[in-house]
Write a protein that binds this ligand. Sequence first.
Ligand code: SF4
Length: 601
Amino acid sequence: MILRVNLSSGSVVKEELTENLRYEYIGGRGLASKILWDEVKNVDPLSPENKLVFALGPFNGLRTPSGGKMVIAAKSPLTNGYGDGNIGTMASVQLKKAGYTALVVEGSSQKPVYLCIEDDRISILDAKELWGLDTFETERRLKEVHGKGSGVLCIGPAGENKVKYAVVMSQRGRAGGRPGMGAVMGSKKLKAVVIKGTKEVPVADKSAFDEYTRAVYKEISSQPGYSFWMRQGTMAAVEWAHKNFALPTRNFSEGRFERFRTVDGYSMEAMKVGRRGCPYCNVQCGNIVLDKEGKESELDYENVGMLGPNTGLANLNRVAVLNRLADELGLDTISLGSALSFAMEAKKLGILKDAPSFGEYEEMIALTNEIAHRSSKLGDLLAEGVKIASKELSVEDIAVHVKGLEVSAYNCFRYPAMALAYGTSAIGAHHKEAWVIAWELGSSPMDEGNASSSYEMNYNLDKAAKVIEQQRIRGGMFEFLTACRLPWVELGVDLEWYPKILSAIVGENYTLDDIFKVSDRVYSLIRSFWIRELGTWEKVMDYPPKKWFKEAINGFHLEESKYEELLQEYYRLRGWNSEGVPTKETLKHLGLDFVAEELSL
Ligand code: SF4
């Protein structure tokens, strides 16, 4: 069932999910991208005409391994293209138990409201008292009213002020929707969604489901890397990235941070007071530390890499304060780290006088608040994201983004495959869809000794195939189900379990290949959405940041002509033309005839 709530009219509509939609798009990102293709055309992302989709997959609401995620999607105010993000939250469990596979929020309210979903009862409630509060306090108050077990999704001041990289937050530190999904929520004056569900989620073959899920939970906890992963989670990557010249340092100008030990996984372990994670996950990889203000802060590789080394901050306690502040304000920590470091480099170049210098902690705290509240000229400019800010200041070469979305924490001046993964990700520069850097390097953060490898930079064309392979799995399957990819990525859990569990839930036989076909369909659909919404398309949109071509770090940088060859191979394998536009034949083959027609191909 799809639940539609229109905040302009107050109308509530419940629609059956058609068999066709379920089969052709599975759920999560697949479902959200189809809804956006059909219903969001040539609109301003911050207007009432944009739609905010909270989409679930078959794994939600059931005790499935790491199956507590949810996809939040809309046309992005940061990129003007397709935007989404996943978030691990009890809200996914509760929404499924309330009987819905997706919630589509349409229109916009005149005054602040929050949405309360209690099974079939849907209420739009006054949020005057909540508007202006941070995300932690908002959730605390809502749980006081609606009960501790309710699922809460909310925005902070950044979302209210339509900061272009505002996120949706849940459970004191879970964030989702990097390309401004929080800003879309703010534009609708929707402060929060509270969900409580009591229905049973059907499973077609209960005994097979129980057998498979039991086996996967066991497989996860018996992997050799399990105890190290439970100790450090993604923080193990700090040392690994540093050793391999991939740690973003001072606005991606270096690949190693001389004081990396002050922010690595072992420093984090010394501060760690607990673990947190997503529902139904037996990994719980969120590292909770107490920051120097005595507040809890949830650290991972991405927020530490971007708010630490990339801003020149060599003190994990201070990184923790900054991270906690970003979570309270509802800012994406990756884009925030990029915006701060961009401003710092612009200051170094003499372009921005009133920005902090690298490593200036108090100034960073102040600027973060100014960004979230748009309360200073610089804060207001940086709230637009580094693409727009760099255009305004005529320093586009130092802005580290793809399609307007800031690059996450891997410096790829010597990693062509990972650069291609960033270049071709469906939402702009994000590692979530193809984290091929470990494959490219031949070593992983989980390796014993965390060693650097004997990697030699090359542009072998099999790198394009590898990016697509991972996009099919990570950007496709896991985003459809919607489940967390990390037990497979970090602990090596067998991929074949996932179609088996899916088949047991829905009662149809799925293979990995069946799911990958859906992945290919969705990637071409999303690419077509970008083309339609931007009204134009050039292959340069799939290029990584200019810095990686121009700035030689340790004598290395990407070569444009060789990257172009890799990109052309990627297009060929996808069935897209030499500018990156899906061909008519490809769209027809994928069952997307209606897309070819609309794009007049
Ligand atoms: S591995 Fe970490 S991110 Fe993934 S579901 Fe578990 S707690 Fe959440």
